[in-house]
Design a protein around this ligand. Sequence first.
Ligand code: HEM
Ligand code: HEM
Length: 179
Amino acid sequence: MKDSTSHYGKISRFNHWVGGLIVIAMLAVGLYFNDMPRGEEKLYWLRMHISFGGLFFIFLLFRVFWRVVATSPQPVEQAQALQMATKLVHWVLLITVLIMAVSGPLLIWTRGSGINVFEWFTIPSPMGKMPELHEWCETIHAITAKVLLVALIVHVLAALKHQLIDKDNLMARMIKRLR
Ligand code: HEM
Ligand code: HEM
């Protein structure tokens, strides 16, 4: 289940792929509705984003927490500069996901609303209206999304480089248990 110095355990692999899917979906929907004019369609996608965010933000927080407490496998052999770049991009991804999962709920709670999850249940605001913090959260959520997008593009290109050019089987250690 757990990681060792040579492999990613089941929990980390589950977190990576399920968390990755959620992050990509949240990013795609957020960027999609953001440029729309006000109206029913924008509201529809915003509600989708909020509902999925309400369902998954605790999982995203857990995903980051698990990476921090779990032993990471040793990096694959490559030039030291590339190893440092890999570490940097992984940490940027983790920190931006953490910021998104905190600033998203906060930006709703600080305008005094609860997080409505598909009209199924609402996570009530633990705080009153805080307009100044609300503005901050909106700005942070928007800027961090762009940093996350850039890091994600670099990350996926690097994974493709390992798979197609280096052919070092790096992808396999995130897919199955390797010794
Ligand atoms: C098609 C999409 C993706 C592919 C092909 C991919 C591929 C990989 C691979 C092969 C590794 C192992 C690297 C190593 O062992 O050094 C890895 C690690 C990692 N990936 Fe991705 N990834 C994808 C999406 C994402 C997304 C959306 C995130 C955003 C949260 C992400 C965050 C990370 C992080 C933080 C690590 C370091 C190990 C960990 O904490 O799980 N990846 N990825
Ligand atoms: C990794 C997770 C997340 C990503 C990648 C993401 C991405 C985005 C993006 C790209 C936007 C458009 C921002 C802009 O340029 O103005 C946005 C807006 C928004 N997001 Fe997220 N988001 C995430 C998590 C959440 C969560 C957990 C919630 C709440 C439950 C949330 C609630 C909102 C709201 C309410 C807006 C509209 C903000 C406004 O009115 O300006 N997001 N998100």
